[in-house]
Design a protein around this ligand. Structure first.
Ligand SMILES: Cc1ncc(C[n+]2csc(CCOP(=O)(O)OP(=O)(O)O)c2C)c(N)n1
Ligand SMILES: [Mg+2]
Length: 370
């Protein structure tokens, strides 16, 4: 099996070895386990090469991460300006994951996201003002303003509303994958969860039955090294989340979640396998949560050294630099793309601010079945 996947060793995992029971590292594992995992090299490899790739596709990924970042930046300032009803759960430093993931899917594939996947929603065609409107409880939100926060999805875009209890979207997406297989439809389901969510029973139940039934699904774990205030070393003693795939008898891939091309390659491999009848894959994408759990949280419990190290790995800047070096875009084009995205996000805010609140007379609509 190929060993091309780039991955990163989160510093927090190195920081807490126990003298008696250190967590296993990849080099200690049996060769057949490593081969099954496709992660024999876990020392920061160079980014996935851009050579031989379609420049238009690379530009599409660039526009995706730039827009996602412009949206996140706008939401952070809207939170501070008091535009939102409550807090905002930032997808900052997750842009490469959400864009690389959606780029590997077709519009017919089922998407079961969680709270840091704005880039994927935008790429799939959800208008930015609809997402902003969700955090304002406006009538233009996908829920019609019944939510007021992050539980927005659109079944017409094959995107399921993120549930509050996480990762309850994992078993739901497994059901979607079962339906696709049962009906003979050419559809793959992609379910997202975080490092902390893997500790819940739903994770195990969903992955286990999907593996047993060889369903067309990809389970992505966004390892941002913290779950609310719980750091990675208090969440698991495993050296990775991708490695858990071995116990379910399915492939696992670990990739650098700050490299949009690496995420795309990993997700594409997994989505293609699922589509071809090869069953589920666990894809772990490693990044860092650079903001609080939500904007009201200062996250002063996060080790500053960790933040400093990951602060050097801005997924948008890194990709932009590589595209310029590879002459896929010029510096001027990059600046223009960023400025267009800034204006696009500002225009969306204006629409969201002026949108009406829900009409109280239809409050029971969509609540009860007729
Ligand atoms: C079953 C359940 N328990 C607790 C919560 C509260 N909660 C919301 S997000 C979160 C942390 C999730 O961490 P992780 O899965 O790593 O995702 P991240 O926020 O880091 O992206 C928690 C504990 C919840 N939503 N559902
Ligand atoms: Mg997390």
């Amino acid at each position: 099996m190929a060993t091309r996947k780039r991955t990163s060793t989160p510093p927090s995992q190195e920081a807490t070895p126990s003298p008696t029971l250190a967590p296993p590292v990849a080099k200690d594992l049996a060769p057949e386990v490593l081969a099954a995992l496709d992660i024999s090299d876990i020392s920061g490899n160079p980014p996935e090469s851009l050579e031989g790739r379609d420049p238009e596709f690379l530009k599409k990924l660039y526009e995706g991460v730039v827009r996602a970042r412009a949206f996140e930046d706008r939401m952070h300032s809207m939170y501070r300006a008091g535009d939102l009803l409550g807090s905002y759960y930032s997808g900052n430093w997750h842009e490469a994951i959400s864009v690389g993931t959606m780029a590997a899917m077709t519009p017919e594939d089922y998407f079961a996201p969680l709270h840091r996947d704005v880039g994927a929603h935008l790429m799939r065609g959800m208008p930015p003002e609809q997402i902003m409107g969700s955090f304002m409880g406006k009538a233009i939100a996908p829920t019609g303003g019944r939510d007021g926060t992050l539980h927005y999805g659109r079944l017409d875009l094959n995107t399921y509303n993120p549930p509050s209890h996480i990762p309850a979207n994992y078993p739901v997406a497994t059901g979607m994958a079962f339906a696709a297989k049962y009906r003979g439809e050419d559809r793959v389901a992609v379910a997202i969860c975080g490092d902390g969510s893997t500790s819940r029973a739903d994770f195990h139940e969903a992955v286990n039955i999907a593996a047993v039934m060889q369903l067309p699904i990809v389970f992505q774990v966004q390892n941002n090294q913290v779950a609310m205030g719980t750091k990675l070393s208090m969440q698991t003693r495993s050296s990775s989340f991708a490695i858990k795939a071995v116990a379910y008898g399915i492939p696992g891939i670990k990739c650098d979640g700050t490299d949009v091309v690496a995420v795309y390659d990993s997700m594409k491999e997994a989505v293609d396998r699922a589509r071809a009848g090869g069953g589920p894959t666990i894809v772990e994408a490693v990044t860092m949560r650079m903001h609080g759990h939500a904007e009201h949280d200062s996250a002063d419990y996060v080790d500053p050294a960790l933040k400093e190290e990951w602060g050097k790995r801005d997924p948008v800047e890194l990709y932009e630099k590589r595209l310029i070096e590879a002459k896929v875009i010029t510096e001027e084009e990059a600046a223009e793309t960023r400025e267009d995205a800034r204006k696009w996000a500002i225009a969306a805010r204006k629409i969201a601010l002026s949108a009406p609140m829900p009409d109280p007379s239809n409050i029971e609509e969509g609540v009860y079945a007729d």
